[in-house]
Design a protein around this ligand. Structure first.
Ligand code: MN
Length: 232
């Protein structure tokens, strides 16, 4: 059928070692999934996992070795970085067991769950949704996807973020409160998951603000490096 305007381009993330791309369907994020980050946000630690979403077109793909440009978003004066391991699914389903959830993992990437912390804080205080704090344009920079057949199951390894040469966040993937497959399993009880879904799996402690001109270099051991410059 004809469309009244051109169909928007899908979000495509190149897959390392192939000439194929991963088409993004949905972007889910896990909240407060590292105990020390939960504490710095004023919470105690292990609670039931909870989730929020970003639109697929909020993904800002940055090829490895290049520096992406993140326009400083409007209506905030407190833009925070959250470095995260991203999991890409090549299948899905509902009410998946932890084992079934693990079998849905296609690969991994390094990503940033950028957050307008002031707007998120206001939403929390007023009991409003988090969208304005989390789901803004360019709010999900990420690198290419490394297939799990290359990386193996990623359950450990350093996760770091350096801003202008200074280390800001340093953690270990093994410190996640809810492991990757547990988060996928829990999420599948809330939503039917499908091929193309991405899951940002939470950030370690050390979240802080960036300003225009700052250069963020994030890394997750085994899935490369993500370089993003904040621009005015
Ligand atoms: Mn996050």
């Amino acid at each position: 059928m004809k469309t009244v305007f051109p169909i928007p381009e899908p979000t495509l993330i190149p897959v390392v070692g192939t000439d194929a791309a991963f088409p993004v369907r949905r972007v889910y994020c896990v909240g407060r999934n590292y105990a020390e980050h939960a504490k710095e946000m004023g919470f105690t630690g292990r609670e039931e996992p909870f989730f929020f979403s970003k639109p697929a077109d909020a993904v800002l793909y940055v090829p490895e070795g290049e520096t992406g440009e993140l326009p400083y978003p409007p209506r905030t004066s407190d833009l925070h970085h959250e470095i995260e391991l991203v999991v890409a699914l090549s299948s899905g389903g509902r009410d998946l067991s932890v084992e079934e959830a693990a079998a849905c993992i296609y690969g991994y990437a390094v990503g940033l769950d950028m957050t307008r912390r002031d707007l998120q804080g206001e939403a929390k205080k007023l009991g409003r949704p988090w969208e304005v704090g989390k789901a803004f344009d360019y709010g999900a920079p990420m690198g290419p996807i490394y297939p799990a057949e290359r990386t193996g199951v990623l359950e450990q390894g350093d996760i770091t973020l350096v801003v202008n040469g200074q280390i800001r966040q340093k953690g270990c993937v093994s410190h996640m409160i809810w492991k990757v497959a547990e988060s996928i399993s829990y999420l599948s009880g809330l939503f039917e998951l499908r091929a193309g879904d991405l899951i940002f799996t939470g950030t370690p402690e050390g979240v802080a603000a960036v300003e225009p001109g700052d250069l963020m270099v994030g890394a997750v051991q085994g899935v490369g490096e993500l370089k993003v410059k904040v621009v005015a």
